[in-house]
Design a protein around this ligand. Structure first.
Ligand SMILES: *[C@@H]1O[C@H](CO)[C@@H](O)[C@H](O)[C@H]1NC(C)=O
Ligand SMILES: *[C@@H]1O[C@H](CO)[C@@H](O)[C@H](O)[C@H]1NC(C)=O
Ligand SMILES: *[C@@H]1O[C@H](CO)[C@@H](O)[C@H](O)[C@H]1NC(C)=O
Ligand SMILES: *[C@@H]1O[C@H](CO)[C@@H](O)[C@H](O)[C@H]1NC(C)=O
Length: 362
C-alpha cells in the first residue's frame, strides 16, 4: 500500500515534468504555422528560443512554488553570488504574489541549489528534443556526466547560467504573467494545503536496500511465520524487492482469489505493489523471481555471490554469500526501465520449461 502511494507520487512528478515538456514540444512544433522563421545554425531558432524561455520560466516558478527547502545552514557559504541574490528576490516577489502563503525562505544559496537540481530533468529533455529537431550536434563535454552539466546544458540551449536573468529581460510582461500564474486556482489550493503537488528536485524510485551478508536474509526468513496459519513457519519465504514485504509463497494457506482465480501470495502482491509486475527474492533458493501478470514469469540469477564469484541457486554449496552491487544495479535498471516483462519473454523463448510453470501459484 505504501509503495502504491509512493508510485502514485512518482507518477505525479513525472506527469508534471512531462506536461511542461509537452507544452513546449507542442508550442515549438505549431509555432512555424503562425510565423515564418529562419534557422541560423544555432541549436534553437529565434521563435523556438522565445517559446523555450517562456516554458522554462514557467517551470522555474513551478519549482520555486514547490520548494521544500530545508534550511539547516550546514554547508552554506557566507558569500552570496549574484544568482543567489537574484533568485531570492524572485522568491520574495512570489511570496508577495501569493499573499504570503509561501514558506519563508531566506537563504538564496538553498533556493539556487534547489532550482538548479530541480530544473535539470527538464533541461536534459529539452536538449534532446532540440537536438533531434534541429540536428545541432551536442558538444562532446555534454556527453560526460560531470559537475558542469548544468553549465553545458545552458550553453547548448542558449540559456544564461543565472536563470533568473530571463525574468529581467521583459520584467513588466513577466511580472504580470507570474501574478496570473500565482492566482491560478489549483496553485492556490496547493498553497492552502488542499491538494498535493510535486516537489522538485525529484528522486528516482529504488528497490529496497539489501544486506551485504546473505545470512541476514536467511535469519530474517527463518524468523518469518505465515501470517495466515497462526505462527507456522513458511516453507517458501519470499521477499518483495520493491517494498520489502516478506510473503509466504507457494502455499495454499496464503492463496487468495484474484479476478475469480486462485493465486499465490506473490501474484496477489504484484497487483497491489507494481501493477502486476513483481521482483522477488526466494530466500531459501537464493533465486530472483520475476512475475508479470498471472501467467508469465522467470527465474533470474540472484545478486549474491560467493568468494569465487559464483551464485548458489538452491543454496546447495552453502558457502558464505555477499551482495554484488553490480548485479543488483542491473536488476534495478531492468525495473526502472520497465523491462521486466521483456526479460521474461526472452527467458521463456530460450527455455520452454518456463512456459509450463504455473506462475500464478507462487
Ligand atoms: C557572514 O555574513 C554576515 C553578514 O551577512 C557577517 O556579519 C558575518 O561576519 C559573516 N561571517 C563570516 C564567517 O564571514
Ligand atoms: C548573469 O550572467 C551574465 C553572464 O552569463 C552576466 O552578464 C549578467 O550580468 C548576470 N546577471 C545577473 C543579474 O546576475
Ligand atoms: C525474530 O523475531 C523476534 C520476535 O518476533 C525478534 O525479537 C527478533 O529480533 C527477530 N530476529 C531477527 C533476526 O529478525
Ligand atoms: C529451464 O528452466 C528450468 C526451470 O528454471 C531449469 O530447471 C532448467 O535448468 C532450464 N534449462 C536450461 C537449458 O537452462
Amino acid at each position: 500500500m505504501e509503495y502504491a502511494q509512493g508510485f502514485k507520487k512518482q507518477m505525479n512528478k513525472r506527469i508534471h515534468l512531462l506536461l511542461c515538456f509537452l507544452l513546449q514540444v507542442n508550442l515549438v512544433l505549431s509555432f512555424p504555422a503562425i510565423h515564418c522563421q529562419d534557422f541560423s545554425g544555432v541549436s534553437l531558432g529565434t521563435g523556438d528560443l522565445h517559446l523555450f524561455h517562456l516554458v522554462t520560466m514557467a517551470h522555474i516558478i513551478q519549482i520555486l512554488l514547490t520548494s521544500s527547502t530545508e534550511e539547516n545552514g550546514m554547508d552554506q557559504e557566507n558569500t552570496s553570488s549574484e544568482e543567489e541574490v537574484a533568485v531570492l528576490t524572485l522568491y520574495k516577489f512570489l511570496c508577495q504574489c501569493t499573499g504570503s502563503a509561501l514558506k519563508e525562505i531566506s537563504s538564496g544559496w538553498h533556493l539556487w541549489k534547489n532550482l538548479k537540481a530541480g530544473i535539470m530533468p527538464f533541461l536534459r529533455c529539452s536538449a534532446l528534443f532540440f537536438h533531434y529537431l534541429n540536428g545541432v550536434p551536442a558538444p562532446s563535454e555534454m556527453e560526460v556526466s560531470g559537475t558542469n552539466q548544468f553549465e553545458h546544458l545552458c550553453s547548448y540551449l542558449s540559456l544564461p547560467n543565472n536563470l533568473t536573468c530571463l525574468f529581467q529581460e521583459n520584467s513588466d510582461i513577466m511580472n504580470t504573467l507570474i501574478e496570473s500564474w500565482c492566482s491560478n486556482n489549483e496553485v492556490k489550493r496547493y498553497l492552502e494545503g488542499k491538494r498535493h503537488a510535486i516537489s522538485y528536485a525529484r528522486e528516482s524510485n529504488k528497490l529496497i536496500d539489501l544486506p551485504d551478508d546473505y545470512s541476514c536474509l536467511i535469519n530474517q526468513a527463518s524468523n518469518f511465520s505465515c501470517p495466515k496459519s497462526g505462527g507456522d513457519k513458511s516453507r517458501a519465504p519470499t521477499l518483495c524487492l520493491v517494498c520489502g514485504t516478506m510473503l509466504c509463497s507457494q502455499s495454499y494457506c496464503c492463496q487468495t482469489e484474484l479476478e475469480g482465480e486462485d493465486v499465490g501470495a506473490c501474484t496477489a502482491h504484484t497487483y497491489t505493489c507494481g501493477s502486476g509486475v513483481g521482483i522477488f527474492l526466494r530466500v531459501r533458493e537464493c533465486q530472483v523471481l520475476f512475475l508479470a501478470g498471472k501467467t508469465k514469469g522467470c527465474f533470474y540469477p540472484p545478486p549474491y555471490l560467493d568468494d569465487y564469484g559464483e551464485t548458489d541457486q538452491g543454496l546447495r554449496r552453502g558457502n558464505p554469500l555477499h551482495l554484488c552491487k553490480e548485479r543488483f544495479k542491473k536488476i534495478q535498471k531492468l525495473w526502472q526501465q520497465h523491462s521486466i516483462t521483456e526479460e521474461i519473454g526472452h527467458a521463456q523463448e530460450a527455455n520452454q520449461t518456463l512456459v509450463g510453470i504455473d506462475w500464478q501459484h507462487l
